[in-house]
Write a protein that binds this ligand. Structure first.
Ligand SMILES: Cc1ncc(COP(=O)(O)O)c(C=O)c1O
Length: 436
C-alpha cells in the first residue's frame, strides 16, 4: 500500500509529497529521472476548481498546453471537463483521450488554411480567433468546405474516424465563433487578440458567410496569482462582450496562478468564482461561461524525481549534480521559474542538521543547467533522491531533446498503486526522422 501524504491546503516548507520508500520503489521500477503524478491530488484539484464558480452555465475546459499526457487528459474527461486547445496538436491528443469534438474549444493563434481544415475535419466547432485576418481565412475555409455556399456552412462532412478514441465523434454541428480580446487597458501590451474597434468589420465578415460572432475570449496571461487581476476586469470584459450583438458565450481563459513558493500568494478560486457568477447573473444569466485553467489545475499534482550523482562543496555551499537536466524541466533557469526542491532522503540524524545552501545542477555542462539555486537541503550522499515539486504544468510538456538526452518516463499513482503512463525514451529517439 502506498503511503502518500494528505493534500495540504497551505503547503508547508520542504514538504515531500511521498515518502522515501515509495520514491525508491518508483525509481527502482521505472528508472531515474521520473515524472510522478498523484491521481488523488489531481482529482481533488479538479473537484475544488469545479465547485468554485456558482454559475449554472459554466463549463471547465482543461488547457492541455500545460500537459499532454493522454492518461491525465482522461482524468479531466472522466471528471466531466472539456478540453481547451491552443494548437491542432492539443486537439489531436484530446481526441485520443476520448473528448468528443463538441467538448473541445480551440483558442489559438495563426492557424494556416491546412490547420483550419484539419481542425474542422476533426469535428471541432468552437473557435476563438486571434485576428481579423484569421477570421477572413476561417470564413474562406468554411465557404470552401461547402463549395462556396455561405448559407449552408454548418454542414461539414465528417472526416474518417480517428485511429483510437473513447467516444463517438461529435456531430458536425454549428460553428461557434469568438474573438480573442485585445484591450491594452486590461490585456496589457499583448500581441494576442482583436481590438473592439475592429469588431464591426469582423461581424460583417462573419455575416457574409452566414456566421455569427457569438463569443468573447479573455486571457489574462499565465501564472497570475493576484485574484484581483481577474476580478477587477470582469465589468470591462462583459461591457466589451456586449458590443457583439450576437453575444452568447464568455471564455474567461486560463492564466490562473499556482503558489510555487511555500507561503506565497495563492489565487482565490472561491472569490473569483463568486464575483464572476454574480456579474454574469446580473447580465441576464443566459450567457455561457467557459473557464480553461491549465497550470492551476495540474501544477501541484506532479513531482520530478532524480538521484544525486555528484556532491561537492564550494565555500560552504553544497553543489549537487543530479541525473536530470533543464531539458527535462525547462521552466527553471531557462524561463526564470521557481520550483521547490526537497529530498526524500533525510535520516533522523540529517533532519536534525540545519539545511545547507545548495545548488542543484543538471547533468550537462550547459551554463543554465540549474534545477534550483540556493535551495536549503540537508547534506546529501550519492544516490539520494531529490524531488522537484509542482512540475505538472509546463514540465514534461516543455521538455525537449536539447542537449541530446532522452526524456524521462511518466508514472501515475492511483488506487493504491502506480502505473506507467509514458515510457522512458532511449537513444534511438535522437535519430527519429533523421536521414543519413
Ligand atoms: C488561450 C489560453 N488559455 C489557457 C491557457 C492556459 O494557461 P494557464 O496554464 O496559465 O492557465 C493558455 C496558455 O497558453 C492560453 O493561451
Amino acid at each position: 500500500m502506498i503511503k502518500i501524504k494528505e493534500n495540504q491546503p497551505a503547503k508547508t516548507l520542504q514538504a515531500a509529497p511521498f515518502d522515501v520508500e515509495l520514491g525508491r520503489e518508483l525509481l527502482d521500477s521505472y528508472g531515474s529521472p521520473l515524472y510522478v503524478y498523484q491521481g488523488d491530488r489531481l482529482r481533488e484539484t479538479i473537484r475544488r476548481i469545479s465547485g468554485a464558480v456558482p454559475y449554472p452555465h459554466t463549463q471547465f475546459h482543461f488547457a492541455c498546453v500545460t500537459n499532454g499526457n493522454v492518461a491525465l487528459l482522461q482524468v479531466f474527461q472522466q471528471a466531466g471537463w472539456g478540453l481547451h486547445a491552443n494548437t491542432p496538436g492539443d486537439i489531436y491528443l484530446g481526441l485520443q483521450a476520448g473528448f468528443a469534438p463538441g467538448k473541445i474549444v480551440y483558442t489559438g493563434s495563426n492557424l494556416s488554411r491546412e490547420d483550419m481544415q484539419q481542425v474542422l475535419g476533426w469535428g471541432v466547432r468552437t473557435f476563438n480567433l486571434d485576428s481579423v485576418a484569421q477570421l477572413k481565412l476561417f470564413c474562406d475555409v468554411c465557404g470552401a468546405e461547402v463549395g462556396g455556399d455561405a448559407g449552408t456552412v454548418r454542414e461539414i462532412p465528417p472526416s474518417p474516424p480517428l485511429k483510437r478514441g473513447g467516444e463517438e465523434r461529435g456531430d458536425a454541428g454549428e460553428v461557434r465563433l469568438g474573438l480573442r480580446l485585445n484591450l491594452p487597458e486590461i490585456t496589457g501590451d499583448s500581441r494576442i487578440g482583436v481590438r473592439p474597434e475592429e469588431f464591426p468589420a469582423a461581424i460583417a465578415i462573419a455575416k457574409s458567410v452566414g456566421l455569427k460572432l457569438s463569443g468573447l475570449h479573455f486571457y489574462r496571461g499565465t501564472g497570475t496569482n493576484a485574484t484581483q487581476a481577474f476580478t477587477q476586469v470582469i465589468d470591462a470584459v462583459i461591457a466589451t462582450a456586449q458590443q457583439l450583438p450576437d453575444w452568447e458565450y464568455l471564455d474567461f481563459g486560463g492564466g490562473f496562478g499556482y503558489p510555487y513558493h511555500a507561503g506565497g500568494v495563492a489565487f482565490d478560486w472561491e472569490l473569483f468564482g463568486a464575483e464572476l457568477a454574480q456579474k454574469l447573473t446580473a447580465v441576464g444569466g443566459e450567457i455561457e461561461l467557459v473557464i480553461e485553467p491549465g497550470r492551476a489545475a495540474i501544477a501541484g499534482c506532479a513531482t520530478l524525481l532524480a538521484r544525486a550523482v555528484s556532491v561537492k562543496w564550494q565555500e560552504g555551499k553544497q553543489i549537487v549534480g543530479v541525473d536530470t537536466s533543464i531539458a527535462n524541466l525547462a521552466v527553471l533557469s531557462v524561463h526564470g521559474g521557481y520550483r521547490e526542491i526537497v529530498t526524500l532522503q533525510p535520516t533522523e540524524g540529517e533532519l536534525a542538521q540545519p539545511p545547507h545552501p545548495t545548488d542543484v545542477c543538471g547533468n550537462t555542462t550547459y551554463s543554465r543547467d540549474y534545477l534550483g539555486r540556493n535551495c536549503r537541503l540537508p547534506a546529501l550522499q550519492m544516490g539520494d533522491i531529490v524531488a522537484i515539486l509542482d512540475v505538472g504544468a509546463y514540465g514534461y510538456a516543455m521538455s525537449s531533446h536539447f542537449l541530446h538526452r532522452p526524456r524521462p518516463a511518466e508514472v501515475l499513482l492511483e488506487a493504491g498503486g502506480h502505473r506507467l503512463i509514458r515510457r522512458r525514451e532511449d537513444y534511438n529517439v535522437l535519430l527519429n526522422n533523421q536521414v543519413f
